[in-house]
Write a protein that binds this ligand. Structure first.
Ligand code: KIV
Length: 299
């Protein structure tokens, strides 16, 4: 594993102060966590985008706490130094402060994540306060919040009007005031982000929010080109892994069908004398004429 020291919240604050960009990426299982860790990401988010990119749901709403816990445990096993953030799925925190604290504790205890993330302002601010007071650090999330995308009018850029941007600023300020250590800004005009983050003390992480945030986050499957079909404007693809994977499996299928696989390098050997003894045994007339129902288990 790497020589890096574990990422901490003070270190993130220092990075923001020093203007050192923070790299955050999602991961949903052991291999993606290993890749993100090896690539040097500072923060790994076990995001509820898992609902779509891993579990095949149409949105993030259906993913359950049990599913997030299962994915989070796998991610933990692949991490070494990056800060692991557990995303709180829809329904796990909105109803009451008690529910929010219980859910956050479950994520931390069962997955080994160090901090949690929840979406939106409004009542989420109170939930964030309760979780922070229980001793678990919280990352906020404003702008386009997919769990409540329907109420926001769909998967749309947020803060495009002065009033919308002011509301976004107020949510971010409120989340900071209750102790959130960082806030994700999603799908916000770059100029709005720039104007708002100047007024915040904590590090912000952008996704489709321009370059002014202290760090950036992208969804693992989007940036690697594992996601197929249309992706958001803010996604930059750094690889085309889906095509490479389909190509690999297709080549395997072709070679099986044409009997080019397995090759001599892929098979196990046996000592000739042992093989000869086996053949001799199998050649016995009595063995091949024996009926299946003659067979009796050993005592
Ligand atoms: O769930 C997720 O992956 C997220 C990121 C898009 C920030 O919330």
């Amino acid at each position: 594993m790497s020589e890096r020291t574990p990422m901490t919240l003070p270190r993130l604050a220092e990075m923001k102060a020093a203007g050192e960009p923070i790299v955050m990426v999602t991961a949903y299982d052991y291999p993606s966590a290993k890749v993100a860790e090896e690539a040097g990401a500072d923060i790994i988010l076990v995001g509820d985008t898992a609902a779509m990119v891993v579990l095949g749901y149409p949105g993030t709403e259906p993913v359950s706490m049990d599913e997030m816990v299962m994915l989070g445990k796998a991610v933990r096993r692949g991490l070494d130094t990056a800060l692991m953030v557990g995303d709180m799925p829809m329904g796990s925190y909105e109803a009451s402060n008690e529910l929010a604290v219980q859910s956050a504790q479950r994520l931390v205890k069962e997955t080994g994540c160090k901090v949690v993330k929840l979406e939106a302002g409004g009542t989420s601010v109170e939930r964030a306060r309760a979780i922070v007071r229980s001793g678990i650090p919280v990352m906020g999330h404003v702008g386009l919040t997919p769990q409540t995308a329907t109420a926001l009018g769909g998967y749309k850029t947020q803060g495009k009007t002065a009033q919308g941007a002011i509301k976004l600023f107020e949510d971010a300020l409120a989340l900071q005031s209750v102790g959130c250590f960082s806030i994700v800004f999603e799908a916000v005009p770059a100029a709005v982000t720039e104007a708002i983050v100047e007024k915040l003390e904590i590090p912000t992480i952008g996704i489709g929010a321009g370059p002014a945030t202290a760090g950036q986050v992208l969804v693992y499957h989007d940036l690697l080109g594992i996601t197929t079909g249309r992706t958001a404007k803010f996604v930059k693809r750094y690889a085309e892994i889906h095509e490479a994977m389909v190509g690999g499996v297709r080549s395997y299928a072709d070679e099986v069908r044409s009997r080019h696989f397995p090759e001599p390098d892929h098979v196990y050997g046996i000592e000739p004398a042992e093989l000869e003894e086996l053949r001799h045994y199998l050649d016995q007339e009595s063995l091949t004429s024996q009926k299946a129902w003659d067979w009796e288990p050993l005592p």
